[in-house]
Design a protein around this ligand. Structure first.
Ligand SMILES: [Zn+2]
Ligand SMILES: [Zn+2]
Length: 375
């Protein structure tokens, strides 16, 4: 199974309570239980995934480690790592633990076949708003692992499948008695693998995999939004011996733009205009997000806060030919640092504007407060 986020797998939020997690697990486990989905491989994979997720999230300590380190906290081959909980503490069978009140057993051993699934990987990619507008292909490289070619991924010296583990007879599980209870746990000898090599491969130290830098060309669709997660199936850590390859998740973030703010498919820009331009009208030129020049008409008498919609100059909608709009908001700028000549002209302007009819809002305001003074 490929490793999805455990919270997503259980369809709960990160802040979910233990009770909520348990409830959601019960519901999903019922839905995907093999007894109700005979021969449905997808349901089986899903069932295994929710069991694995629940095994971690129901345990406070493991959940905390997962919150902090993600799947890396429980990776194979992490023995000696303080966050490898090893499943050796007598976990028992969660499924029957939760369902024992109204259902039989039915747990599936996930590893007795000897296969190990690969981990998912995450890659964070920051792009510009222009790149999000046009879409693009991007070469990325990241640390990953590949199957060891010397041992074919078996981790054995002879490169062949290792013999069956003598402790668990290949089941990957052992039974332990705790008082009156018999608990089933993961075999500590083979780690649940079911097979145990006598001589390990010197090239990969028995891991079956080697680190390398993976290079990949990825396609970012036009119109992609900040926070989008692109899943590249099978591009994560490879699985071993028939195990499923992990996926690569590319998390897209979009850099802040100098000019534009984005909301969905629409773009927003604030344009400062001079007092004179706002009064007499004019044209302001701005660069569109696609680089072409946009002429924005300023009507005579434009006020601060006046908005204008320019159709089709926003972002593209993903997988569509539709485009959003560009919203312009004007901000009238009061002139500062006037020279003598400018002051003189403005004084003259004032002297011919005594009746205030060119400032209707100001006129109304002073009429209102005149009444208040009189009261
Ligand atoms: Zn074993
Ligand atoms: Zn090897």
């Amino acid at each position: 199974m490929s490793k999805q986020d455990y919270y997503e797998t259980l369809e709960v939020s990160k802040g979910a309570s233990t009770e909520e997690i348990k409830r959601s697990y019960r519901r999903l486990a019922m839905k995907y239980h093999p007894d109700h989905n005979q021969g449905n491989e997808e349901a089986e994979i899903k069932f295994k995934a929710i069991n694995e997720a629940y095994e971690i999230l129901k345990d406070e300590q493991k959940r905390a480690a997962y919150d902090r380190y993600g799947h890396a906290a429980f990776e194979q081959g992490n023995n000696g790592n303080p966050f490898d909980f090893g499943f050796a503490g007598g976990l028992g069978d969660i499924f029957s633990e939760v369902f024992s009140d109204f259902m039989g057993g039915g747990r599936q051993s996930t590893k007795a076949s000897g296969s190990i699934d690969g981990e998912n990987l995450r890659y964070d990619l920051e792009i510009s708003l222009e790149e999000a507008y046009s879409g693009m292909e991007k070469e990325i490289s990241f640390p990953s692992e590949k199957i060891c070619d010397k041992c074919n991924g078996f981790g054995t010296k002879d490169g062949k499948k290792p013999p069956i583990c003598s402790t668990c007879q290949g089941s990957g599980r052992i039974h332990r008695q705790h008082g009156f209870m018999i608990m089933e746990t993961v075999c500590p000898e083979c780690g649940g693998y079911g097979y145990k090599a006598k001589d390990i491969c010197s090239e990969c130290n028995g891991k079956g995999k080697k680190s390398f830098t993976k290079e990949l060309k990825i396609k970012i669709p036009a119109g992609v939004e900040d926070g989008t997660r692109i899943r590249l199936t099978g591009e994560g850590i490879p699985g071993i011996n028939g195990g499923v390859n992990g996926d690569l998740y590319v998390f897209i973030s979009i850099k802040e733009h100098k000019l534009y703010n984005r909301e969905g498919k629409d773009l927003f820009v604030q344009i400062p205009v001079s007092m004179v331009c706002a009064a007499l009208g004019g044209v302001v030129e701005i660069p569109g997000i696609d680089g072409h020049k946009i002429e924005v008409k300023v009507d005579a008498g434009t006020q601060t806060g006046t908005k204008l919609k320019i159709k089709g100059e926003g972002m593209p909608k993903i997988r569509s030919i539709d485009k959003g709009d560009l919203w312009v908001e004007f901000k009238v700028e009061t002139p500062v640092n006037l020279n003598a000549k400018q002051k003189e002209l403005l004084e003259e302007f004032r002297s011919v504007s005594e009746d205030d009819s060119c400032q209707p809002a100001e006129k109304t305001f002073f009429e209102k407060i005149k009444d208040l003074f009189a009261a």
